[in-house]
Ligand binder design. Structure first.
Ligand SMILES: Nc1ncnc2c1ncn2[C@@H]1O[C@H](COP(=O)(O)OP(=O)(O)OP(=O)(O)O)[C@@H](O)[C@H]1O
Ligand SMILES: O=P(O)(O)OC[C@H]1O[C@H](OP(=O)(O)OP(=O)(O)O)[C@H](O)[C@@H]1O
Length: 229
């Protein structure tokens, strides 16, 4: 079987089901609502595997699934040299969200990464410790700030409610996903004008591994034709 990994819940799952359905491949949950079992109609040889969106990159890289849908941000965050481990098959046009760096609105002199760099140096001189940036996107944030020449900061791990860390005084700035911007505004934060790290969207990937069976290759070709990719 050709294993296709799809997010097991929420917006990404529903929109993925729709996207495939519009192309003649019906994906559905089988069993009870809470059971993570799936079924595929419209093509033979494809097995649906319901997984956490965050785990799909690793499963693709390891070759435990041959194809998978997840956010382009998660693939870049979870995989070192992601282009070597997976290939993009299709940008799916939903699940759009921007990974950005934001600081308190009250920091009127800080609007760019250069300003943040200057603020970080000043912060350290005054407070005796580095300016803290809360995020769950450690790899992407480190790479981005390195390229921007910002070095005087500390990353604080935050796995959720990241925008709250500034009010809670566990961080001075954040790097997180935003779509409507509501959460940032509600927490008194503003995006740096050059603080866009990655514009993410749901993407269909395939593993780069070449250890596919003949049957899996044939199924992949049929699926590509159906999906128009
Ligand atoms: N408004 C949004 N908030 C958070 N993630 C969003 C939003 N819009 C799109 N996404 C995307 O959804 C994906 C995250 O989905 P989800 O939260 O289901 O994954 P997860 O962290 O693996 O979840 P879990 O581990 O709880 O199963 C990311 O690719 C992210 O960019
Ligand atoms: O720009 P907005 O439309 O306000 O959306 C962005 C918010 O949504 C996500 O959080 P989610 O609700 O998934 O919870 P989390 O904080 O646990 O990740 C994301 O982490 C932001 O906090």
């Amino acid at each position: 079987m050709l294993k296709l990994g799809v997010p097991s819940k929420g917006r990404l799952m529903e929109k993925t089901f729709q996207w495939f359905g519009q192309r003649g491949v019906t994906l559905r949950k089988s069993g009870s609502d809470r059971e993570y079992a799936g079924a595929v109609d419209g093509i033979d040889g494809v097995e649906l595997v319901l997984l956490s969106a965050g785990e799909i990159p690793r499963e693709l890289a390891a070759g435990r699934i041959q194809m998978g849908v997840t956010g382009s941000d998660l693939v870049r965050e979870k995989l070192v040299n992601w282009e070597k481990s997976v290939r993009e098959v299709a940008l799916m046009g939903f699940g759009g969200a921007d990974l950005i760096i934001a600081v308190p609105q009250a920091w009127v002199d800080v609007d760019t990464l250069d300003d943040l760099d200057a603020a970080a140096a000043a912060f350290r001189a005054v407070h005796g410790h580095r300016l803290r940036i809360a995020t769950k996107y450690h790899r992407l944030v480190r790479e981005f700030l390195k390229q921007a020449g910002v070095a005087d900061y500390a990353l604080i791990d935050s796995q959720g409610a990241t925008e709250g860390t500034v009010k809670n005084e566990t961080a001075e700035a954040i790097a997180d996903i935003t779509s409507t911007g509501e959460t940032l505004r509600a927490n008194g934060l503003k995006i740096l004008s050059d603080g866009m790290i990655h514009a993410s969207q749901a993407t269909l990937f395939r593993t780069s591994r070449r250890d596919w069976t003949m049957q899996q290759r044939a199924t992949f070709k049929t699926l590509e034709q159906l999906l128009g990719t």
